[in-house]
Write a protein that binds this ligand. Sequence first.
Ligand SMILES: [Fe+2]
Ligand SMILES: [Fe+2]
Length: 282
Amino acid sequence: MTEERNSKRISLFPLLPEDVSEVLERLSGRAVNQYEIIGLIENNQVMTEGLLKMLNKAMFGETKLNSLTDLVDMLGLPRMRYAVLAYGLNRFCTDTYLTHAHTTGLSAKITWEHAIAVAYIALELAKKIKYPRLEEVLLAGLIHDIGRQIIMLNRPEEYGELLGSIYGEVVDIIAQERTKLGLSHEHVGVMLVGHWHLPESISDVIEYHHNAETTSDNQILVHLVSLANQIAVSEGTSFEQGEKVNKDSNVSLYFLGLNGEDIDGAILSFHQNIGKFKSVFQ
Ligand SMILES: [Fe+2]
Ligand SMILES: [Fe+2]
């Protein structure tokens, strides 16, 4: 209830760039066909290149899709929504830390780089378990902490102070946010769902990524991002520090049918490849 009341102090929500919103709107129309969508995106060279670069890297690690037609043929229109949202989110997050360079710029940059790390690790784990929709995993990883970006936008000083106070400490970030700000980034992130018309699976990831065992829907996706988040935090990508994943008792590891070797493999791959992966997003 308190969290509900405090959320009224959050009024600024990020807007997706206009060209991205236009594509998303057309994608949600009933009579849309793939030639229309391809034509619309192709008129925008920056978006075309950005989408292809991002999806090639996330799915294959190399260029396999040479055109928008290849991409749309592979995903189909309903799944293009995840890809376009991931692209729009990148534009928003990158713009945010550049335009707020003197206030929340650094915090926003670290938060975005953490999200990219989570997306990379979640994709590695998803490939291991042969999860069928990698573009959904990409978006889920990138967007899971969007609530942090929104709190920064609305209450930059207080949130900056909180982040500074937990730097390098092993803490429960959700509990810290509730105590010091009266609301958590999970709660605030979910408030974006209506504004951006986000798919339900993505909403579940935003809401449950710190408590994956409590979700009853979209469990595989939520556990993938939750585990990737635990690994990314323990590898030093966030403000707070995290314990190493317990390979004998981690709930998400068990749920996904993965083992300690898979974790070690994902961590090694992360350190070897994150630099190149990150370059796609900047
Ligand atoms: Fe989080
Ligand atoms: Fe996170």
